[in-house]
Ligand binder design. Structure first.
Ligand SMILES: C[S@@+](CC[C@H](N)C(=O)[O-])C[C@H]1O[C@@H](n2cnc3c(N)ncnc32)[C@H](O)[C@@H]1O
Ligand code: SF4
Length: 403
């Protein structure tokens, strides 16, 4: 397993202020953002933009190459365990474009031979031939944004596809790759627990290995925030839906392993697990975020969000495509770490804290003690893991680690 790369003592420079003192680097993943969609969904706050006509694929791939080349010094020699091509709608890329993208990643990166390579696809842009071509280029996992199998719900969500198109997209995806994730949303306007269960039952009937189930949220600066849909299920109903889904998924052999993620044994999303385990990731493309560890610091960066400005800036090769680079302060690390790892139902080994933040566990001894005392954190000293009560009140548990 490609887990940690020891840092040779010879590479160690004198400790900088705020040095994190990492003795090894965590696994590294790569995220590639494709910022265009056919149409903007009214609930979506991702950095996605309605494409006017054809997407500027040539200019995008050239800018991506420039972005990647400029990022290489920060990840030199490190093995990459997973790639996630997300969006937006990556399935708007042509087969040749996606092939060029993956060839570029292989040429520049030390990609683990059986790296997980996921691509997101919108059922409204699915084509059997193109899915097979994506697979031939190296995509080994497809994530489909199904959202619901109810045509009225799909219309209310402003989706560009209906339920039958989603069903056909699942068939196409299944004949192209063996690893499939289906995205569903729940707590939709007017949705009853029975409607939600029907969606989940149908998703499970395809026998796919992974399901992501997202509670519809009204995000600021979206059409739904301005014109909220009526008749949204209340919190108790939504919680009951989630419990029912967990039971249904368990019956089909999929375990809930994270707040929104369900998988068969061995089918967890390696890429997302790396985020939740406080691993590293390089994010390239407009608006992509990254987290990179060095022996003496942990950096977060964000690319310029606007696709045209990002393309021009990346091609200028002067660093202006990076909107923000920020060292994560020692005082922020405990909360950032806990925010991620406590989303995992099984948590992480306690040793991860020191390995991935460079801080001693003693730095959070008081908070750990308080969390255990309140019944939110498991008392097992070998794992950092929420109790069932802590899982139900995750925000309260995570907030204990705010400085
Ligand atoms: C980037 S999108 C997935 C791929 C593709 N763009 C699509 O929509 O088909 C990731 C997923 O996030 C979920 N999502 C997006 N906005 C959401 C919101 N406001 N509330 C809940 N889930 C949301 C949807 O399930 C969506 O499939
Ligand atoms: S297709 Fe996906 S990324 Fe695009 S606007 Fe809709 S939810 Fe957002």
């Amino acid at each position: 397993m490609p887990i940690t790369i020891p840092i040779r003592p010879a590479a160690a420079a004198p400790a900088a202020r705020g040095a994190s003192g990492l003795t090894s680097l965590p696994p590294l993943s790569v995220y590639v953002h494709v910022p265009w969609c056919v149409r903007k969904c009214p609930y979506c706050d991702f950095n996605s933009h309605a494409a006017e006509g054809e997407i500027p694929e040539r200019a995008y791939l050239d800018a991506l190459r420039a972005d990647l080349e400029q990022a290489l010094p920060g990840i030199w020699g490190r093995q990459v365990i997973s790639v996630f091509i997300g969006g937006g709608t990556p399935s708007l890329l042509s087969a040749a474009g996606l092939d060029e993208l993956l060839a570029m990643l292989r040429a520049y990166l030390n990609l683990w031979p059986d790296a997980e390579i996921t691509m997101e696809a919108n059922p409204g842009t699915a084509e059997a031939g193109r899915f097979r071509d994506y697979a031939a280029s190296g995509v080994n996992r497809l994530s489909l944004g199904v959202q619901s199998f109810d045509d009225a719900q799909l219309r209310a969500l402003g989706r560009i596809h209906n339920a039958d198109q989603a069903r056909r997209a699942i068939d196409m995806a299944q004949s192209a790759v063996s690893r499939i994730n289906l995205d569903l949303m729940f707590a939709l306007p007017g949705q009853s627990p029975r409607d939600c269960e029907a969606d989940v039952r149908e998703a499970l009937s395809y026998g796919t290995e992974h399901l992501s189930l997202y509670h519809l949220t009204l995000e600021p600066n979206t059409v739904f925030a301005k014109y909220p849909p009526g008749n949204l299920p209340d919190d108790d109903t939504a919680a009951a839906m989630q419990d029912a889904v967990e039971a249904l998924a368990a019956g089909a052999g999929l375990e809930r392993y994270e707040v929104s993620a369900y998988a068969r044994p061995g089918a967890r999303c390696r890429h997302n697990l790396n985020y939740w385990e406080f691993g590293d990731y390089l994010g390239i493309g407009p608006g992509a975020h990254g987290k990179l560890s060095f022996h003496d610091r942990i950096l977060r960066e964000a690319r310029t969000r606007n696709p045209e400005r990002w393309m021009a800036a990346a091609m200028a090769r002067d660093g202006s495509h990076i909107a923000e680079t920020r060292e994560v302060g020692k005082d922020e690390l405990p909360f950032e770490f806990m925010l991620n790892v406590l989303r995992l139902k099984e948590g992480v080994p306690t040793s991860h804290f020191a390995e991935r933040t460079g801080l001693s566990l003693a730095a959070i001894a008081h908070q750990l003690e308080a969390a255990v005392r309140k019944g939110l954190l498991d008392a097992d000293p070998t794992r950092l893991k929420a109790t069932p009560h802590g899982w139900a009140f995750l925000n309260d548990l995570q907030a204990l680690f705010l400085n």
